[in-house]
Design a protein around this ligand. Sequence first.
Ligand SMILES: CC(=O)N[C@H]1[C@@H](OP(=O)(O)O)O[C@H](CO)[C@@H](O)[C@@H]1O
Length: 504
Amino acid sequence: MASEPAVRARLRRAGQEHLLRFSAELAPGARAALLAALAPLEPGALREHCLRAAAARARAPGPPPGLAARLRPLPPERLGSAARSDPATRRLWEEEGLRQIALNKVAVLLLAGGQGTRLGVAYPKGMYQVGLPSGKTLYQLQAERIRRVEQLAGGRHGTRCTVPWYIMTSEFTLGPTAQFFQEHGYFGLDPGNVVMFEQRMLPAVAFDGRAILERKDKVAMAPDGNGGLYCALADHGILEDMARRGVEFVHVYCVDNILVRLADPVFIGFCVLRGADCGAKVVEKAYPEEPVGVVCLVDGAPQVVEYSEISPETASLRTPGGGLLYGAGNICNHFFTRSFLQAVTREFEPLLQPHVAVKKVPYVDEQGNQVQPLEPNGIKMEKFVFDVFPFAENFMAFEVLREEEFSPLKNAEAADRDNPTTARRALLAQHLRWALQAGARFLDAHGAPLPGLASPPSGGEPPAVCEISPLVSYAGEGLEVHLRGREFQSPLILDEHLIGASQP
Ligand SMILES: CC(=O)N[C@H]1[C@@H](OP(=O)(O)O)O[C@H](CO)[C@@H](O)[C@@H]1O
């Protein structure tokens, strides 16, 4: 156990001794917990972290000065497109992706350490269910897409293969996520192929450069951002685990996009065939203020400029054709080779600059009273997962269709975008499109054909409810055999048990 004098001496070196100012009042258990939380904080790093936070806060808020002049759109040779390529090329990419999956060379890695503050839930976002007829959660949909893509690749190449699932959690999400997976039997996946690991936490810092005491016995800590991935990979020997399994290519994604295509063979195949060491999926930005980062060049190097760091003027610039000049919207789906990740963890990680978020952080005042601040009072420092792009030797972006691949769950229902309803509708609209393309027809309760199905819906509630299990179809494939020429009454839930079950 950490001794109080030792911890106190370390804190003094970091200029943070105030964190122990109530320790004499604490019960033994609470004091031990506080010391245990403080003991691992390395004094030099803690001092540096606090100084940096205060300095960053002191700089003018908003986009770094002069940023606009350093930006250029991505050149065409760095951008591929699923939608604008001919079917034969797409097939080629898909074939290559499936081949790599069949060779057990592909893993997926989920960034799931966030707290879901905007969504307003106290549990990990992946456990959220948006009200699909099946009641499936984001985690379940993702697990089933992994199982299906393994089947597709294995089936194509006459083999059994595995796409290991690495899940980066945080102090907030590890316990509940692990329990949720256990309770649900890992959604049919082999637990040996689901690897959870934890990212680091960093103290929140007040504007005067002192770390914040949230309670007398607890320092305010926050996850170190999704770019904490690279330290966490090193902390937990994850790249070694990948090497043991023969994984060469990693699809990294964030938890909240209900349409995410895990280990998407088209994206993987595209990146592999282009020899990319690092890649990002993008969609066309919908409107200038859309809260997505933009993939572009900064000083000639590929980078994402986050929505919080681009000026409204730059975000609104247009091309002569009328599209947004910086219109390549980051959907947080990245491709990395294992060797690139290795280079990042060994060399580049310390070069990543933290980003500053100013938040309301509850604290205890000098008298020991608990305070809920009404104004932002604390600085959280986060690294971003995409800040490694400039170190890539061959970066590629890959444009996909929003309606097929991007509907993020960011906000609670009260917001008008990116909420549970928009996510549910996006998924159901997609499944209805797939069913119609596969030749299904939908009838109303009186047996009359449902109107309005000729033009697939965008936005509102789909005219017929159709949910297709990822275990039946990953991206719309293989549905004709179940649906062609058949008539269905809404709702149609096509899952692995109901395939072939009689419908009208
Ligand atoms: C640091 C980071 O990865 N930011 C990403 C991420 O934003 P969040 O607001 O942090 O969820 O997801 C967005 C897509 O949903 C993407 O556009 C953005 O660049």
